[in-house]
Write a protein that binds this ligand. Sequence first.
Ligand SMILES: Nc1ncnc2c1ncn2[C@@H]1O[C@H](COP(=O)(O)OP(=O)(O)OP(=O)(O)O)[C@@H](O)[C@H]1O
Ligand SMILES: [Mg+2]
Length: 223
Amino acid sequence: MNDPLLEARSLAKAFPSPEGPITVLSQVDFSISAQESVSIRGESGAGKSTLLYLLTLLEAPDSGELLWRGEPVLNKSIRAVNRLRAKLLGFVFQSFYLMPELNALENVLIAKRMLGGLSSADKTKAEGLLKRVGLEKRLNALPTTLSGGERQRVAIARALMNNPDIIVADEPTGNLDEHTAEQVMDMLLGLCKEEGTALILVTHNPSFASCTNRQLFLQHGAL
Ligand SMILES: Nc1ncnc2c1ncn2[C@@H]1O[C@H](COP(=O)(O)OP(=O)(O)OP(=O)(O)O)[C@@H](O)[C@H]1O
Ligand SMILES: [Mg+2]
């Protein structure tokens, strides 16, 4: 059995409210190994997005332990976490989050640019990824001129640009029609498999969830 790429123990998170703190996650244990795909389902408001933010340290848990590649990360500086995150994780969100003033190719390259300078090999790689998601003819297209499905395909290419160990996807097909959702999900699952990238997929769709190696439910603050 592989060592986990990411492991969480007893993660907890509450949010303040006028009536006192509301516990969203109480006891979350989670781990994912290299090349594994895991889906997480649960009712709206169950805390799925919150959990992804904690696992990726976009938000800090109130308590618990978090290890990335076996290394505890909760006590690290923001700078160190950002550096580790950029290598470990790629993100795909429901609402794409492309930069509106950048074209498709530049949106993919920005992932690499954040880690340092760009080389011509990076450009070739980004073009290759966009080709693999079927957008080789839209390299110069601005996001506003792309359909929702095309925008999400750019986001998938961007998520893979730095060869992350894990892609974290939060309802990546939530804004797409049924047919487009299937195409985009096929692409995401297929590319992760080909690249050997692990996948944490939050989805409401049971048939997409059934395509992953392991299916989890988030309920009453725990998995
Ligand atoms: N920053 C915040 N401040 C206060 N409450 C929050 C905050 N973020 C999330 N919550 C609350 O935490 C709960 C879980 O939210 P979360 O977005 O994680 O749910 P979800 O499972 O992703 O839902 P959905 O399926 O609708 O996306 C909700 O009740 C939400 O209102
Ligand atoms: Mg959510």
